[in-house]
Write a protein that binds this ligand. Sequence first.
Ligand code: MEV
Length: 434
Amino acid sequence: MQRTIQGFSRLSKEEKINWLAQNYLQHNPQATNILKQYWNEDQQLQQLHDEFIENTLSNFYLPLGIAPNFLINGQYYAIPMVIEESSVVAAASKAAKYWMQRGGFTAKVISTEKIGHVHFECSLPGTELAQFFNTIKAQLFADTASLTEKMEARGGGILNIELKDKTETLPQYFQLHCTFETLDAMGANFINSCLEQFATTLQREFEKAYPGQKLLVIMSILSNYLPDCRVVATVSCPVEDLSDDPAIDPHVFAKKFVEAVKIAQIEPYRAVTHNKGVMNGIDAVIIATGNDFRAIEAGVHAYAAKDGTYKSLTQAKIEDDIYHFSIDVPLALGTVGGLTKLHPLVKVNLEMLGNPDARELMKIVAVAGLAQNFAAIKSLTTTGIQKGHMKMHLMNILNQFNATPTEKTTAVAYFKKNKVSHSAVENLLQDLRK
Ligand code: MEV
């Protein structure tokens, strides 16, 4: 057995699979076939996917579902969602329909400002460095002219460059804190290229001005913490109109709902799960539209902790018998660049959304998060989460037991009236198979 290898990336896909089959998957004779089973017959399409990353072996499918009936700022959307969790799309669809009948969602972009930094060490006192920075600021802009030309022609570019003295928190640590407008691009490449040029200019000009003194560039990189690149989405209606079930008193429901959100405001254990539910909606749309869900996740959770405690991203209140529910969330998204024009399904998904610009996509994604959270809190404070969740999970359990199509039909009918659980499904199948 050979557990390590040199030059793995230079092997063909077939050779890579063979090497893994011999050295890591030797106990699973099916593994090779399973990996190849997911290859696409269309060679060109497969090659496109192979080339997204290094060392591709196969494709990893996730379902692409649709949550229709989203009414946002007076316009209808069918929202594509890529997610493996059984109940998420169903919950989003239910929330969309519920709010469509109550006036729909309103969403507003607060700003699309992006941020990046050149992090560096310098032995000069902060005041002297600040004077030097003022003398080179114009040069920093000038040296990036070729990088920014196209972005500026479209109305974006570098917004500002500031020097920040961080020496109180880390000796000799300074930053160039830079802000950008990248329009419909998420902008990572544009921002990082500008930052690297700033670093080169900074170093060069410093060495000219202060021979013998030390300035050490540590790194140049965008920040995924973008507290201003935010969207606010809201729903509201008279408390009276909240109930969609005669068994639920709308006033009790509204009170419990608001209390549930308040708990997530003050109790981090609950806030994390609460926000996880929000991210069920957000991530699913982010992936479907070819955006970077890790960047969004990192930024969203940092924002949720901005006051020093981790808190809910959503707020709820009742004022003058009107129920209000809203989300305030940072979302740096792109509708051009990255995978958006490369992945054929991403293109279709964006088309389904009417080819939104980045600001419109930010609104749609925020609404998906709010809808998901609404659905979760509604279930949690009324029926409990398991009823709907297990209903949607039924197919997965049946598949785990290799249920036949007939068994599935019988089980679906049976569980319309009975509570779904893993053991209840197992018992039913045992009875059917007797
Ligand atoms: C499950 O994926 C998400 C929930 O736990 C969210 C919540 O508790 O609010 C249902």
